[in-house]
Design a protein around this ligand. Structure first.
Ligand code: FAD
Length: 461
């Protein structure tokens, strides 16, 4: 059957206005947060589980790929529709369905914007901790599908730690419900965990039941300046050894600091090799203050030249502005940047940083290092000009070497961005053949016709 027949059937099944076929619309759904792009044949905006089920049934009948899509802020090309097919955008399914104050849960549709969910529950004194920096440009469904993290993960964990239940439309159009409000639940396999991080390859998540906590009443933030990057890397463990688990423990190297200062003029020191931004939070002001003072002492003992503790919300915001400005500031430094997302055990951070700096020197291309140092998740960003073929070739080699550093140090390829297509070539090296074989069998069982986001996550057999 022709594409036109599929489009007509889709329009009849869910309504003409939800099926977008113009070239302009298809271009708008052709990319994500990477350099990758390809045109879908059609983009569809379902508004209910029934719509999603009808789309998947038709896709299976016509044997057409379906690429689920949230806000397309992904950094692994996981929502790019390579080779065409249907892009299924969840952005119209964005309602907050229920805030359960007593049980500390929120039920949302998958297309809800993360920041909107955070703001909605805060009105009830509740707190949704996972905080990807893209929280205003990403959806809960995308966060679950990539198991997104953020600065607060050190203390609070990643998105998957907050998923209590899911509604998932399977490849054949059946609607599966997993989990529930019971906190303890060990009945059968953990199907919530199966869909967390599945990047749209196992089913379309349409609703999520998320765990909440109470909002911390007190927060304290400090910035520590380190003349030696090595000392900053070592301090991460020293802080935890002192018995403090900060809510966030972020690191920026000197290249990052210079880029931010050139772009924003925030008065950051340009003669240090690294800065840490550390935040403690909790239910009472006294404990939180004591903890940040301990952090400041440990930083000084570990080689920090200066430690500034914010005294007001304005000062705190100023300290965070620097960290939030890293990504946009890099854009001024070079036409292109490629941000990686490796993780290593915390104790290996100094070695990882040393080796990445050496790779940067070998290839003569700047690599800016920043990230969530508290959980060993580093974002080495390579700055380059993609129009320069020689530089682009070097970037591809550098990426392979950075992954090798992570694997050598018992780390892995991604802490929060996922695999998509960009990390697929390194999957066997990272996980081994048997693990990939088990994952292919799971994929085969749930999506026997291979219509769900084909070519993502798992390398070919
Ligand atoms: C400036 C910037 C900062 C970022 N910071 C962070 C950060 O701090 N932490 C972090 O973890 N990530 C970060 N990211 C990456 C990105 O925002 C996350 O991966 C986010 O979770 C993607 O959500 P999305 O809604 O944009 O999903 P998309 O990019 O649309 O999709 C990502 C993947 O999820 C799948 N998917 C989306 N929705 C569904 C669904 N409902 N059901 C099944 N599969 C689905 C897609 O098929 C695809 O495989 C950042 C990105 C940018 C551009």
């Amino acid at each position: 059957m022709s594409d036109q027949a599929l489009i007509q059937d889709l329009q009849e099944a869910i309504g003409v206005e939800k099926v977008l076929t113009s070239l302009e619309d298809r271009i708008a759904y052709s990319y994500d947060g990477t350099f990758e792009q390809d045109l879908p044949d059609v983009a569809i905006l379902p508004e209910s589980n029934e719509d999603v089920a009808a789309i998947l049934r038709l896709a299976q009948e016509y044997d057409v790929p379906v690429v689920p899509r949230g806000m397309a802020s992904g950094l692994a090309a996981a929502s790019v529709p390579f080779g065409g097919g249907i892009v299924l955008s969840l952005t119209k399914m964005n309602r907050i369905l229920e805030i359960d104050e007593e049980n500390h849960t929120v039920r949302v549709e998958a297309g809800a914007i993360t920041a909107d969910v955070e703001a909605a529950v805060e009105e009830f004194g509740l707190f949704y901790p996972p905080d990807p920096s893209s929280n205003e440009q990403s959806t809960i469904g995308g966060n679950i599908a990539c198991n997104a993290g953020g600065p607060r993960c050190l203390k609070y964990g990643v998105t998957g730690d907050y998923v209590m239940g899911l509604t998932v439309v399977l490849a054949d159009g059946q609607v599966l419900r997993t989990g529930g409000k019971a906190i303890k639940n060990v009945v059968g396999y953990d199907l919530n965990a199966l869909f967390v991080g599945s990047e749209g390859t196992l089913g379309v998540i349409t609703e999520a039941l998320l765990r909440l906590t109470t909002k911390p009443r007190a927060v304290r933030t400090a910035r520590a300046e380190f003349p030696a990057l090595e000392d900053a890397s070592r301090t991460v463990n020293a802080i935890l050894d002192a018995g403090v688990v900060p809510a966030t423990l972020e690191m920026m190297d000197e290249t990052a600091i210079t880029c931010i200062e050139e772009a924003m003029g925030l008065g950051l020191p340009l003669d240090v090799e690294a800065m840490l931004i550390i935040e403690t939070d909790g239910s009472d002001e006294e404990t939180v203050l004591r903890e940040i003072e301990t952090v400041a002492r440990v930083c000084r003992e570990s080689g920090a030249r200066e430690v500034i503790i914010a005294k007001s919300e304005g000062e705190r915001e100023q300290l965070w502005r620097a960290r939030r400005s890293v990504s946009p500031s890099l854009a001024r430094k070079a036409p292109n940047k490629l941000g990686e997302d490796i993780t290593v055990p915390r104790s290996a951070i100094p070695e990882a940083v040393r080796r990445i700096k050496a790779i940067s020197a070998d290839y003569g291309l700047p690599i800016v290092i920043f990230g969530h140092a508290g959980d060993g998740n580093l974002h080495p960003n390579i700055l380059f000009d993609k129009r320069n073929e020689e530089e682009w070739k070097k970037v591809q080699q550098i990426v392979g070497e950075i992954f090798q550093v992570a694997l050598d140090l018992e780390g892995t390829l991604s802490g929060e961005h996922g695999v998509g297509t960009l990390k697929r070539p390194y999957m066997e090296q990272a996980l081994g053949r048997l693990s990939l074989d088990v994952q292919r069998r799971i994929k085969g069982a749930l999506d026997p016709h291979g219509i769900l986001n084909p070519g993502k996550v798992l390398p070919g057999p």
